[in-house]
Design a binder for this molecule. Sequence first.
Ligand code: ADP
Length: 609
Amino acid sequence: MSEQDNQTSVRRFLSVFQYSRVAIEIVWSTSAALTIVMAITTLIAGVLPAAIASIGGLFVDAVATAINSQGQEAELARSDVLRYVLIEAGLVVLMTGAQKANGVCQSILRVLLGNKINVMILEKALTLELAHFEDAEYYDKLVRARREASSRPLSLVIKTFDLIRDLIALLTIGLFLLQFSVYAVLLLALAGIPAFVAEAKFSGEAFRIHRRRSAERRMQIYLEMVLTREDGVKEVKLLQLGKLFLDRYVNIFRDIYKEDRNLVLRRGFWGYVLGLLASAAFYFAYGWVGLAAIAGAITIGQMTMYIAQFRLGQNAVTNSLTSVNGMYEDNLYLSNLTEYLAHKVPEQSGDQVAGPDPADGIRFEGVSFYYPGSKTPALDNVSLHIRPGESLAIVGENGSGKTTLIKLLTRLYQPTSGTIYLEGLDLADWDINALRQKIGVIFQDFARYQMLVGENIGIGDVEDLEEQNLIEEAARKGMADEFVKDLPAAYQTQLGTWFKDGKELSGGQWQKIALSRAFMRSKADILILDEPTAAIDARAEAEIFAHFRDLTANKISIIISHRFSTVRMADHIIVLEKAAIMEEGSHQELLAADGQYATLFNLQAKGYQ
Ligand code: ADP
């Protein structure tokens, strides 16, 4: 083996421990006191068994002396026997105390740590951008980090401490055995090392295999979700997808299984063979001690002690192998967690809370945008100007870039080129919180919060969450008021099916709740409705938009809709096609121009005749 190979195999061997430090750091920052107590009790639990065994040896010798002697010597030996019993009992009390304290610390830490890590994960999630959530690999890290947040880090810490305890125990035993023979210590140590190295190697290998497979596992988790969740079940049943999806699931399992089985077999084989080597050394030493006692080189008490030490050593080796064996799964978790937490999120730039020219409204100048990894633009050189008091309607086919325009305006994404100005200030220079407060937006895939009706509307403006009359007013404008009044507990009704007595609403009713939420944001200067009204009939939609426009008399309102009965009310209309603005103007102007808008309008008008 070359030196480089040596280095990589050493590194691979040590890789099992690479996350122990991270785990201990997290535990330390959760509670330094508990970590210290754990460390001390671990130390005690590591040293004491060997000491107890050696007292046992002294006890046997004292008993033998007491039997074989008389007079004062026998008296002395007898009091020795009692003394050793008391000392050993004392040590056992100390050791069980340490073990108990260790267990208690673990229980408390588990709870604290679970909460701490979940909070860390969620705090990080708050700093992420929309693009992170759309990045499959990164999103997967978030999901996996959350799944085992309460068990894995502590488990790794416990295993690390256990391992340290067993190593301390081995060291202590080694020191005791040195009195017997240096060679015996060397023999036992050398015989134990191969099993340990093999375990660490296989553990590292399993770690790498699992990491490589994350895409397959993600597909499995996805299939599980589709097959078991309420929103997937309807189609799975009606389109009879169950068998197809289940087969895919099983096929992924088969591929993974083969690799896993091979590893488990190799691991089992080598574990057994190398374990035999350690056992052989142990029994060799066992016989050696027996012969030494027969030859009179050591006393019966010493022999008892050495044999007890051997057994302890044997146990410590087995235990540490088990710890190393289990570490790879914890490592897997922590590697995922640390990558998730370490991911750099670009700082939201900008600290301005107002622009130099409020009357300028919104201005797009040559704005283009490409989604990450996409070669075709979702918006291509778009220029646009909307003044305060104006209403804008955006029409266009699916995929023409309407929602993308809104996402750029709300700074969920940054333009690839070109600039968007609000009140004469580059959007990027705005303080993100100030900017978001100026904008109220409801997307077509708005959220359906499994909370009370009143909260679902009130969160449109968190500051007014408790203002019942504002909530009811918003509900009236969003036309939700009528059906909310008929719900069992009106505005206090729980929505959704997750919680007890939750009411599920129809698609149209949910949309009215979402619209009311938009009306709740009365302090915003820009209000945007991105097709949240598809399930509401055309007349109600037009009525809602009329409200909306009145309400926004000196504000900017933007609506995306496929219904010309609504669109025609807007002051300014743009027609998007293939990422670019194709036509723009007022309803009358666009009809007069007799282009795409006029064609679509007439088509829809005919449909209603
Ligand atoms: P519209 O709202 O007009 O239906 P969008 O703005 O949603 O259209 O989409 C414009 C284009 O951008 C489409 O071609 C779509 O495939 C693409 N697109 C939309 N969202 C994403 C996304 N999150 N990642 C990558 N591409 C996207």
